[in-house]
Design a protein around this ligand. Sequence first.
Ligand SMILES: [Ca+2]
Length: 168
Amino acid sequence: MVVLVLSILIGFPVYIAAEETLGKEMLVNGDFEQGNPPEKWATAFDVVLSQDINPHSGKYCLKIVYQQEGKGGYARQDVYPVPGKKYKLTLWYKCEPGSTIRIAMYDHTNGKNLSPEHKTDYIWTKHEKTITIPAGCKSAGVLLYPFGTGSIVWCDDVSFREIEEATD
Ligand SMILES: [Ca+2]
């Protein structure tokens, strides 16, 4: 029993020491402070920079609305990651009560969403996801959109960075 407790006590700090190191930011205007619609983001339908709720940072955040069937807004920014490497996607999001946001990476080469997730939190909430880029993927886009007609969602402080391998 004593040995077990000791190994937990010793093992835990060792695990913490192996925390990941992140490479440089690959997204531009992830805090949505530039342009309206936001610079560097591909957008469709109802996508605006919004001050109508408190942004998570600065003066603006992204607001996306899915007003009617077939006309769902989205925002996407493409990046050029290295296949086989791991990346960390983080962002803050908030949903109108009853609304859902879909957060994904769209793999343009293979034509599919990587690690799509649905969230419904209606206060600012941090989303953090490790994504391994599949073989052959030459470009992928951080893709944010409301899921389902009538959904309204907000995003801010989106980040996409490589998780660097430990060298020792
Ligand atoms: Ca902001």
